[in-house]
Ligand binder design. Structure first.
Ligand SMILES: [Zn+2]
Length: 77
C-alpha cells in the first residue's frame, strides 16, 4: 500500500476591506484586500486537514502587499 502525502495550497478567501491605502508599488489609492489562505495536508491529493493558515493584506490592483497576523485580519474585515 502506497500513501501519497502532500500539502495543498488550499483556497484563498479574499475580502475587500474598508481601508484605503496608497500602494508603494503601483501608486494607486484603492481599497486593499485582506486574504486568508488555508493550507491543507492532503492524502492522495485530497485535502484532509488544515495545517496552516496565513493572512495577507494587499493592493487590489497590483496585489503587492504583506503578510499580516490573524488579529490584524480579524480587525480589518
Ligand atoms: Zn498596487
Amino acid at each position: 500500500m502506497i500513501f501519497i502525502f502532500g500539502v495543498n495550497d488550499g483556497n484563498v478567501e479574499e475580502k475587500q476591506t474598508n481601508r484605503t491605502e496608497t500602494c508603494q508599488r503601483c501608486g494607486n489609492t484603492s481599497r486593499w484586500i485582506a486574504a486568508k489562505q488555508s493550507m491543507k495536508a492532503s492524502l492522495f491529493f485530497i485535502p484532509v486537514f488544515p495545517i496552516k493558515t496565513k493572512y495577507y493584506y494587499y493592493c487590489s490592483i497590483c496585489r503587492d502587499g504583506y503578510e499580516i497576523t490573524k488579529e490584524d485580519y480579524e480587525r480589518m474585515i
